[in-house]
Design a protein around this ligand. Sequence first.
Ligand SMILES: [Mg+2]
Length: 323
Amino acid sequence: MPVTPHLVLVDDDDAIRQLNLCAIESLDLGSVGSVASVAELMTYLELSWFRGQPVDLILMDIVMPEVDGIEGCRQVLAQQAFADIPIVMLTSIRDDAKLEEAFNAGAIDYISKPFSIVELRARLRSVLRLKQEMDRRREHEQELLELTQSLIQRQAQSERATYLDSLTGSYNRRAFDKKLHDEWLNCYSLRKPLGIIMMDIDYFKRYNDAYGHQVGDQCLQAVAACLPGAESGLFSARYGGEEFAVILPGADLDEVKLIAEQIRIRVEELRLSHVESDVGPWVTVSLGAASGYPGEISDSSQILRQADQALYRAKAQGRNQVD
Ligand SMILES: [Mg+2]
């Protein structure tokens, strides 16, 4: 916040401007600049702003050639950087119509010329006080805004930590359980089926043993990236170690199996070599599909169990397949 206020006087008449400048300076309210036209004023405002000494108050003559004080008001306040500068009009004649025009253009007050020093001091002081109060309030609002943003950011971070798996960036088990519960209720009220895929990486323990945990982690990341994302309306999560699960709201068993097959192909096409696999030379996955109507099945754990049993069968039948 500026320690001393910065005022600027706009008047086209050189003699009057000098006189008024002396009068305003004698009030000792702050630093005072002066210009002879609205065009000069705009330049002055910009330069002051760049120098970090923004103008706190403008005293503007109404009657000026080319651009008058009323149009000057509009031009200044139309600029976002200057929209909060209070403008006090200087009038030599008391003309109510002109004054109303000036107030409509955004002027905050007026002073009739020739003015008394006492009146000038009182008017300018009150306008400057108002300006300072506005600045303080805006600063306070800015602080509040920043505080709010940092809180929101922190909350988002902790939410990420709560619901995301740090290794793969997928949702974690906690997020899965919550989503399953929500979608269960949702599908129940919409009388739609709820589909589930449970998926396991084939011979993953052997993979870790053969390639080490670091490569094992990379494998988990690559496989996780093969799962459908939120843009598909589906929900994928890392369910456990090398186990993943997908929630498919509204999908019947055929649709669930179709998506599961697409995932299986995508993983196989990664061509991640797996020398210890009995299935083939690459990393593969087995998937169990299930679907049911929440109204007919007692609870969500039942459909999860069905998907798990299907996964078990897929493994028993030779892995790298959907059941
Ligand atoms: Mg004039």
